[in-house]
Design a protein around this ligand. Structure first.
Ligand code: SAM
Length: 291
């Protein structure tokens, strides 16, 4: 029996034998800790009827663990130099498919149809490249893919913003976007020592349980997110001042104040105190007023 890919010894052996050099620009920090890998995989609740989509398999540390739990594993890797390594490492697992590509450019609906036809639910499980964490997660959520969970290792500070409740400094448009589509939970924080090379930022594992329907019903989704963005444009300003600059730059205050009152929101409040429900009410009220 071969040692697991993720032991420090085997990872170093694979890297040396293939003459692989890490590319910082691709966010390459590989996991070398069994315990953390175990926690990530456990949080996804996989079994042999389920599929897993991994983004950025690296040399296959997490992919191997996923292969041991899931019925089908598809991994998308951008770095061509890793393909021969993945082929070697994952050779024992016929239900694992590695696709060479940039996840941000792939047609994920088509990928799902091609890769996960026979499975009973798919989750994304990944140790994400930190330079593109938010674009990747927003793409997964906005495309409304049929996902159960998204379990990802990301920068701790970003995880905290995603999971933040109204009222604190971490709560902002990212919290609202993520919570509109999913229910976030912080699974654990992770020390630098579990990666090679060690990243400069702190890390955490977060689980997003994807909602079947969004957290709030809004009349126009794009407008809802526009209102959220505008409300947070200058965090220290009141909601009324931010909305005025964006939607009523040339008018007096009265119409805006009336609309805020109609939406049940005091004009002296700041965006960081508004719940998703309140933002939904606010955006529908502004929309109905012809904005
Ligand atoms: N899963 C491995 C592990 O945990 O050890 C590697 C994780 S490493 C943090 C991120 C991986 O994502 C790297 O292998 C990198 O080459 C890959 N990657 C970076 N940008 C990508 C993109 N746009 N699409 C797909 N893979 C990407």
């Amino acid at each position: 029996i071969r040692e697991e890919v993720s032991t420090p010894r085997r990872t170093k052996e694979i890297i040396q034998r293939h003459g692989f050099s890490f590319k910082k620009s691709l966010g390459q920090n590989f996991l070398i800790d069994q315990n953390i890998l175990g926690k990530i995989v456990a949080a996804a609740g996989l079994d042999d009827t389920k599929g897993a989509l991994e983004i950025g398999p690296g040399i296959g540390a997490l992919t191997e663990k996923l292969a041991q739990e899931a019925g089908k594993v598809t991994a998308v890797e951008i770095d061509q130099r890793l393909l021969p390594i993945l082929e070697e490492v994952l050779e024992p697992y016929s239900h694992v498919n590695v696709i060479h590509g940039d996840v941000l450019k792939l047609d994920l609906q088509a990928l799902f149809a091609a890769e996960f036809g026979g499975v009973n639910g798919v989750s994304v499980v990944a140790n994400l490249p930190y330079y593109v964490t938010t674009p990747i997660l927003m793409k997964l959520l906005e495309e409304k893919l049929p996902l159960e969970h998204i379990v990802v290792m990301i920068q701790k500070e970003v995880a905290e913003r995603m999971a933040a409740a109204p009222g604190g400094k971490d709560y902002g448009s990212l919290s609202i976007a993520v919570q509109y589509y999913s229910v976030p939970e912080l699974i654990c924080t992770v020390p630098h020592s579990v990666f090679i090379p060690q990243p400069n930022v702190e890390s955490a594992v977060i689980r997003l349980t994807v909602r079947k329907t969004p957290a709030v019903a809004v009349k126009d989704e794009a407008f809802f997110f526009e209102v959220v963005q505008a409300s947070f444009a200058q965090r220290r300003k009141t909601i009324s001042n931010n909305l005025k600059s964006r939607f009523f730059p040339k008018e007096g205050r009265e119409r805006l104040e009336n609309l805020l009152e109609e939406a049940g929101i005091q004009s002296s409040r700041r965006a960081e105190t508004l719940s998703l429900d309140e933002f939904a009410k606010l955006s529908d009220t502004l929309l109905d007023a012809g904005l």
